[in-house]
Design a protein around this ligand. Sequence first.
Ligand code: NAG
Ligand code: NAG
Ligand code: NAG
Ligand code: NAG
Ligand code: NAG
Ligand code: NAG
Ligand code: NAG
Length: 502
Amino acid sequence: MREIPPVFFVLLVFFSSSLTVVLSEVRSCSMQRLTMVGGFENTNRALSGSILTQHRVKSVRECTVRCLSTAGCVSFNYESAPVGLAGGFRSCELNNSTVWTAGLYRLVHRERFVYYEKVEDGGAIFVKPDCGAVPNVTNASTNVTDSTYVTSVTYKCSNGFDVQGSDTIYCQPDGTWETPPTCLISQNSRCGNSPVVDKATSSRDTSTDTVTYTCEPGYRINGTNPISCMINDVWEPAPSCEERGFPVAISITNKDVVHPSLGKDEGSWMTDTALDNGMVYITEKSHNPGKVIEYTSANFPYTNLPREIDVECDGTTHVIRDGYLFCGQHNNLNIMKYRLTDGQALTTGDLPSDAGVHDVYPYTCASHTDIDVAADEHGLWVVYANTSNNIVVSRLDPETLDISDTRVISDHAKTNTAETFIIDGVLFAINSSPTNYVSYVYDLFRGSGKTLTSTDLPLASGSLSADTTWDSFTMVDYNPRDGKLYVYSEGKAIRYDVTLTF
Ligand SMILES: *[C@@H]1O[C@H](CO)[C@@H](O)[C@H](O)[C@H]1NC(C)=O
Ligand SMILES: *[C@@H]1O[C@H](CO)[C@@H](O)[C@H](O)[C@H]1NC(C)=O
Ligand SMILES: *[C@@H]1O[C@H](CO)[C@@H](O)[C@H](O)[C@H]1NC(C)=O
Ligand SMILES: *[C@@H]1O[C@H](CO)[C@@H](O)[C@H](O)[C@H]1NC(C)=O
Ligand SMILES: *[C@@H]1O[C@H](CO)[C@@H](O)[C@H](O)[C@H]1NC(C)=O
Ligand SMILES: *[C@@H]1O[C@H](CO)[C@@H](O)[C@H](O)[C@H]1NC(C)=O
Ligand SMILES: *[C@@H]1O[C@H](CO)[C@@H](O)[C@H](O)[C@H]1NC(C)=O
């Protein structure tokens, strides 16, 4: 807070003969843009769009006079008064008549308000200038949301930038802002701007002066990541983002038989792919309208009070996401979205009319699945076939159920596929017979696929071979929340860790 010493004194003399004129003009004058509040600092009430004075005189009576600036009403106009000119002020005594008195005033800056302090009795008028919208500063944010009559603004430079100049500026009495600060690349970073890497976003840690790059989907880092600002004030060589190619290994380990016998050979089991809500869901049978049953994982599946919701889902490959069930509708081209809290079907989405449903080109595993809703790190997908037995994959909008980014896989037939799952934008097609390897991979971001042999991505290695023969399962699905592979095989609910190597 700066206190500028008194800069000006103005003596105003009013003539008693003007009294009646003043009164009528006071009543009729129009509202003014400036806000003036007088008397005491703590009575300062900024009324946008009006002029308000509150002046307390010797008798400790208060009066409120609006519209002080009409010509003849008062002797100055705040809007045009140059800084340092105090203009005038009239104190009043109110007893249903106003007595205007001359006063001696000085212009004072206090807390960046300009006000006119009446020397004799301590009364004052505050004039709060309007500087308009706060200036924008590149790479800084402010704590001001509404620019109306803002008197000060404090800037905060973005991470990695240092402020040059005062971080707080004030609205000046003449209605202009003080010069705002600038935000310069942090002095801590001797290396300056970090290198830009094609197909990557970067995030900078100013405490360690390192930069971490994240490649777009379908690309992977080649080189050092993160990079540091080195002792000679240059960045380490930046990595690049290379097309990640196809996975060269899939490791399926840490078998967890979550339940050894769910009673039905044909079914599916799931947990939420977004919420860690401790719930387990199963569907029984397929190919018929049925139920999804919700258990708490602690009771799974023995609780005698599960929540059961009637659903019309076809097949055994559905997704639970954020408390909603997504599935292909029985004997129909619709994708369904059910709210699990009350079982309400909220939305339906349409597959293309040439999509094969109802045992046209089902997966060849032990279920009857034509329409496969899948989740991965990038959202929801739906895997189906067109009526030429081509596998088709589309993005599925979880809100609207609109499909987009449709890819038709022309070199791998749906009926050569036991099941598919999607991890990080890569579709894995399990071979039809035998089912112990991935016979086709497809990169959903690059739109390219590759046929594999039984030795490229075998599935029957490690613990997996002990649990299922891979021709008795009805579901193999990935859950991006826990990074695990969910398998339903002969009534067993099994879960594995899964790791890809590119
Ligand atoms: C205010 O007006 C009332 C009624 O007109 C009168 O009795 C009273 O004396 C006045 N007070 C002062 C301080 O003038
Ligand atoms: C003074 O004004 C008040 C309210 O404005 C009113 O109630 C009162 O009657 C007035 N007194 C006189 C004497 O005009
Ligand atoms: C600051 O930027 C915002 C958003 O771009 C814009 O609406 C506003 O008018 C700018 N303010 C000034 C003073 O330029
Ligand atoms: C700083 O501002 C520039 C120009 O608006 C912008 O391109 C850049 O992304 C900003 N940097 C940060 C870290 O906000
Ligand atoms: C902005 O921050 C400054 C300093 O902390 C504070 O004085 C000012 O009142 C804040 N302004 C708003 C609008 O919050
Ligand atoms: C990684 O970068 C190095 C150096 O630029 C290059 O020689 C190599 O081919 C890159 N590797 C891949 C997989 O692109
Ligand atoms: C299925 O997709 C393939 C590949 O795009 C295309 O050649 C074929 O005509 C499609 N079949 C139908 C019935 O649309």
